[in-house]
Design a protein around this ligand. Structure first.
Ligand SMILES: Cc1cc2nc3c(=O)[nH]c(=O)nc-3n(C[C@H](O)[C@H](O)[C@H](O)COP(=O)(O)OP(=O)(O)OC[C@H]3O[C@@H](n4cnc5c(N)ncnc54)[C@H](O)[C@@H]3O)c2cc1C
Ligand code: SF4
Ligand code: SF4
Ligand code: SF4
Length: 407
């Protein structure tokens, strides 16, 4: 039976719990709020399926293959604004629904916890738009998808690379069907659902509202290149917006303090993946295709399989520019390298487990002079119209320092 000796060796993909024929495995949160499998030894029949299905214990060797790549923008600007980058995911999922399929992705439940859900209509895809920087709870989704595939239903599953490898491993031979489309993205890491819950309660208290929605990457204030964490109330009224340098949740995330242990030595960071399509942000669109640089968002699309190519070929209504795959992935560190673990992560996460959000902020994320200066500087650069220009220079530097031409 599966045994987790080191926390970093489990991404919480649920493949083991889903495959167990006697339901001996349940996913339970640890003190940091991340889900891990827990085996009921009395129920276990020692079939070893859980060990065989684990995508970390049975790491796939990366297979170099031909890849096509595109820059993508939805023509519908409202939907592009709602999306994280160029809205490629919405375009792909819409096509799946048009063909009678169903789509699975990450959305909020009524308590704003991030869970994987199903969408059956184009309108319902709205709940998936915009990245949620929290580990999603997969629940029983792998088994649901297996049952749908057995009924010959078309299914698109989107998720982190570890979730995609997990479902692929769980489905086994059932994957060999044109009815399944697997979409992943370049994944920085996923933060703790417990930290997220504490942040939401803290915001509700200080804003004195019932929060209706949170958008991690809202572009309405300062555009795509400086997107904001935006909180709206139940009536859709905006109550809060802060950037990556000042919002405490985003600061912890981008300081690599709050991520799942497996994210710091991720087994799924690679260019040639098990998914059919890989998506990510195109902040350097000005260097790749100047005419697309409208600061409303562009998605990089990397096609990983023939099945992915067939679906991408159907996206004819929107802006899609082919680009050489090596050029598309150049400089994209998060595609292939894990983020470094912050030195003080263990102490931070201990406080996440034990303290309330205000105490955590006071200790770890105070709004000091440095933070105020950073915010002031960013806003000043935006007002002077220099922010986009400087970000472009930074992207250029990153490309020039490109670590390996094969990436
Ligand atoms: C946790 C996380 C980390 C990311 N890190 C990077 C990065 O380092 N660099 C980069 O360039 N891009 C990163 N991305 C991808 C990027 O944010 C966009 O999702 C991508 O550009 C596609 O944008 P889109 O406009 O096509 O669709 P979007 O509007 O982003 O569509 C949302 C899709 O993402 C899925 N999704 C959202 N949140 C989650 C979640 N918590 N777990 C699983 N699936 C989720 C939804 O189900 C949906 O399929 C990350 C995304 C997430 C969720
Ligand atoms: S060995 Fe088999 S029965 Fe035991 S926990 Fe694993 S899958 Fe379940
Ligand atoms: S990575 Fe997935 S399959 Fe492996 S132990 Fe963790 S939850 Fe189970
Ligand atoms: S960084 Fe790796 S382990 Fe962490 S969520 Fe992303 S794919 Fe999974």
């Amino acid at each position: 039976m599966i045994k987790i000796e080191r926390r970093e060796d489990c991404s919480g993909c649920t493949a083991c719990a889903s495959i167990c024929p006697v339901d001996a495995i349940t996913m339970r949160p640890d003190a940091e709020g991340f889900q891990y499998p827990k085996v009921n030894e009395k129920k276990c029949i020692e079939c070893h399926l859980c060990e065989r299905v684990c995508p970390i214990a049975n790491r796939k060797v990366e297979q170099v293959k031909k890849q096509d790549a595109y820059l993508f923008q939805l023509k519908n600007k409202t939907l592009r604004m709602e999306s994280t980058s160029g809205g490629a995911f919405t375009a792909i999922a819409t096509q799946v629904i048009r063909e009678g399929g169903v789509v699975y992705g990450a959305a909020y439940d009524e308590d704003l916890q991030v869970i994987h859900m199903r969408a059956d209509s184009i309108e319902d895809l709205r709940k998936f738009r915009n990245s949620k920087y929290v580990q999603s709870n997969l629940g029983n989704v792998f088994r649901e998808i297996r049952d749908l595939l057995k009924e010959n239903q078309k299914v698109c599953f989107s998720g982190t690379p570890c979730q995609v490898e997990g479902i692929k491993s769980f489905l086994g031979k059932l994957c060999i069907t044109d009815n399944l489309l697997l979409v992943d993205f370049v994944c920085h890491a996923v933060p703790s659902p417990l930290f997220w819950r504490k942040y939401i309660h803290w915001q509700e208290k200080r804003l004195s509202v019932k929060i209706g929605n949170v958008r991690f990457r809202d572009k309405r204030h300062y555009g795509y290149k400086y997107s904001q964490m935006v909180i709206t109330d139940e009536n859709g009224g905006e109550r809060y917006h802060q950037g990556v340098e000042s919002d405490p949740y985003l600061r912890a995330f981008f300081s690599n303090l709050s991520d799942r242990p497996s994210c710091y030595s991720c087994a799924f960071k690679k260019r040639y993946r098990e998914s059919d399509i890989t998506l990510w942000d195109c902040f350097d669109v000005g260097l790749k295709a100047k005419t697309l640089d409208d600061d409303l968002g562009t998605t990089n699309i990397l096609v990983q399989s023939e099945r992915g190519a067939e679906w991408i070929a159907k996206l004819k209504d929107d802006v899609m520019i082919p680009i050489e795959a090596n050029k598309c992935v150049a400089g994209m560190r998060e595609l292939v390298r894990s983020v470094p673990q912050a030195e003080n992560r263990a102490a931070f996460m201990k406080d996440v487990a034990d303290k309330d959000m205000q105490e955590i902020i006071n200790i770890w994320l105070p709004v000091n002079l440095r933070i105020k200066m950073k915010t002031f500087l960013r806003h000043g650069l935006i007002d002077l119209g220099l922010y986009s220009f400087l970000k472009k220079l930074l992207m250029k530097r990153r490309l020039n320092r490109n670590f390996d031409s094969s990436y």
